[in-house]
Design a protein around this ligand. Structure first.
Ligand code: BEZ
Length: 251
């Protein structure tokens, strides 16, 4: 998927703002070597660097990494695939915010993370959890079906596991899971009613790959109408996010 890094920073900066909570869970110390996996445009990597950590940020998107390098030229950023990366020098911690739900091959990413950690190192992350944006997905499928698209019920592009499911994968790799939580986080969409179409265009364009350009606005409008009862609250629109967090130790 090709990312629009400018739009991401402008309208979806909440992704890294919410990530500040998981930074507290990481509790980085000065001097620690930390890998930010799926660093996006680098805002959280920069906060970690500000705490005195020695940070490396990787992301599969060249657009995101180009923007991260421009914003924070003093941090080491690189384009890398989460299921296929390696480093010569190991890390004290691997940190990830809002990236792991893009990776359906969780076993491979967990293995890579394990391999780059020092013994005693920690993997601390937040991602979409089981049921995340389920109302958004259901409304999108309903409207696509109504217009004769997605008849086969294409799977959505994300991986939203339960705590038990992801913890089992971490344990299979040899991690000890010392903390995990699954919780609701109603997430404010930018620009009110327009926010649903903007969110879907940014995060779920694959849903609409078959829709002709002249039909797209109608489809997005109808999805928005379906969501209004659940998403609109006093003029603000909120998406039904659910989050999964964990701390896993390499022993
Ligand atoms: C997120 O960035 O947290 C997110 C992206 C796609 C689907 C759900 C959540």
């Amino acid at each position: 998927m090709k990312w629009n890094a400018e739009l991401y920073d402008d309208k979806h900066s909440f992704v890294s703002q919410y990530g500040e909570g998981v930074l507290e869970l990481l509790a980085a110390k000065a001097g620690e070597r930390i890998l930010d996996l799926g660093c996006g445009t680098g805002d959280l990597a920069n906060q970690l660097q500000g705490l005195g950590a020695d940070v490396v940020g990787i992301d599969a998107s060249p657009e995101m990494i180009a923007t991260a390098k421009e914003k924070y030229p003093y941090i080491n950023f690189a384009v890398a695939n989460a299921v296929d990366f390696d480093f010569n020098e190991p890390f004290d911690a691997v940190f990830s915010n809002a990236a792991l739900h893009w990776i359906k091959d969780a076993e491979s990413v967990i293995k890579r993370v394990y391999n780059v950690l020092k013994p005693g190192g920690r993997f601390v992350a937040e991602m979409g959890g089981k049921g995340c944006v389920q109302q958004m997905i259901a409304a999108t499928n309903t409207i696509l079906n109504k217009h004769g698209y997605n008849k086969a019920g294409q799977p959505h592009p994300w991986y939203f596991p339960s705590t038990a499911e992801y913890a089992a994968k971490l344990e299979e790799q040899g991690f000890r899971v010392t903390y995990t939580a699954h919780f609701d986080r109603k997430t404010l969409l930018q620009d009110g009613r327009q926010g649903v179409a903007k969110w879907l265009s940014m995060f779920g364009p694959s849903f609409f790959s078959e829709i002709p350009a002249d039909k797209l606005t109608t489809v997005l409008d109808e999805i928005t109408d379906l969501l209004e009862t659940d998403y609109e609250d006093d003029g603000q629109w909120y998406a039904d996010y659910k989050r999964l967090r964990f701390i896993a130790m390499k022993e």
